[in-house]
Design a protein around this ligand. Structure first.
Ligand SMILES: *Cc1c(COP(=O)(O)O)cnc(C)c1O
Length: 387
């Protein structure tokens, strides 16, 4: 049996895989089982921030691997401590809780918001407001947070205490917060899975004000937008706000599983001993890799991300078959005349990996993708879109 046959027999049927087996990768290129080469504009859904088998990242990871691979959270480890410090230095947040995925990073955020408000306001202040069309993860609680009904079906009852309002509608959000007993608001600055839709600046600043006025916890889900993807270190930085909690994952580990929940002044000491935990959280290998990624997301790199973003936008906006472009930085949504799924399938055939988000084609290339590879891939994409 080949890999595809074994997978189809023994791996749960939750993924509609596209038929290609990935065997090897370097930078923004990968090769399949037949030796066919692809340019990757998806980065494993925004995870391989500096591409495949990046030299610096591999060095950091393998150096740690030769020391020790894991210990329990009963002991201190340097990669974990150093990564937490660097995250705080770069964001002005005060403390970090490490986990292993985006959903877990959001779970921690929600626990923090609930405990903060239960301590301060009473036990019934547990509601969390999120936006319609959002995506916050697949656990039963983060599914409840996700404002898309079709993800909820078949799995009810979900965790209770979640309310959803429309993005862009401050009046309804304000009413929702004042008329219910609310602990916090959780938003994505750019709704990734929802179709790469940026929230408006006025709305985001309004959300911050509502959270402040009501002394509730403002949480920003930067799982997809974070770690340089948006052209800022975190997308909220572009909007001039200061969240109380930032959750992130995906690109932070550069390809190893890690989640981080960053806690600001207001909530830094909300969680006490034994109130949250994770066996693998803060794993030294994952943290060593993340540290090497985070160190390189400096002003220079961010400027390159923004410059590449402008380049891609210009190329796309004038192209035949493109209806509209959305997103921020190297998180780009393209509404095409052709169905997005068809575009992605044809790109695959022609050796370009890209993604969909709702009815759009979605691009999440490595932050350091070479200009020549970007050009080559975009030419193929635009030829298909314009056919
Ligand atoms: C991917 C994603 C998640 C879930 O992350 P997992 O690592 O799959 O649990 C949560 N929020 C947003 C915005 C995401 O894009």
């Amino acid at each position: 049996m080949n890999t595809k046959q074994i997978d189809q027999e023994f791996v749960a049927n939750t993924y509609n895989r596209c038929g290609v087996e990935i065997c090897r990768g370097k930078g923004s290129e990968v090769w399949d089982e037949t030796g066919k080469r692809y340019i990757d504009l998806g980065s494993g859904i925004g995870v391989t921030a500096f591409g495949y088998c990046d030299d610096e990242w591999m060095k950091a990871v393998t150096e740690q691997l030769t020391c020790f691979q894991h210990t329990s959270n009963l002991y201190y480890t340097k990669p974990c401590a150093d990564l937490a410090r660097l995250l705080c230095q770069k964001t002005d947040m005060k403390k970090v809780f490490f986990s292993n995925s985006g959903a877990e990073a959001n779970e921690c955020a929600i626990k923090v918001a609930r405990k903060y408000c239960q301590n301060k306001k009473g036990e019934d202040f547990y509601n969390i407001v999120t936006l319609k069309n959002s995506f916050h993860g697949r656990t039963l609680t983060t599914l409840a947070a996700t404002g898309q009904e079709h993800y909820h079906q078949l799995f009810k009852p979900l965790t209770s205490g979640f309310l959803h309002t429309d993005a862009g509608d401050l009046d309804t959000l304000n009413k929702c917060v004042t008329e219910n007993k609310v602990a916090g608001i959780l938003i994505e600055i750019v709704q990734g899975e929802g179709g790469v839709n940026c929230l408006e600046k006025d709305f985001v600043q309004g959300v911050e004000k509502i959270a402040k006025d009501n002394d509730i916890v403002l949480m920003v889900d930067e799982v997809q937008t974070g770690n340089g993807r948006s052209g800022q270190l975190y997308a909220y930085m572009e909007y001039g706000i200061k969240p109380d909690v930032v959750s992130t994952a995906k690109g932070l580990g550069g390809g190893l599983p890690i989640g981080a929940t960053l806690l600001g002044d207001k909530v830094a000491d909300v969680l006490g001993y034994g109130e949250h935990g994770s066996t693998f959280g803060g794993n030294p290998i994952a943290c060593a890799g993340a540290l090497s990624i985070l160190k390189r997301i400096d002003d220079d790199l961010l400027q390159q991300v923004r410059q590449k973003s402008r380049y891609v936008w210009t190329k796309l906006q004038n192209a035949k078959g493109v209806e509209s472009v959305s997103g921020m930085g190297l998180m780009i949504g393209i509404k095409t005349d052709k169905p997005a799924r068809e575009v992605v399938e044809k790109c695959l055939e022609r050796g370009v990996l890209c993604l969909t988000a709702k009815d759009k084609v979605r691009l999440l290339p490595a932050l350091n993708i070479e200009q020549e590879l970007l050009d080559e891939a975009l030419d193929i994409l635009l030829e298909i879109v314009g056919e």
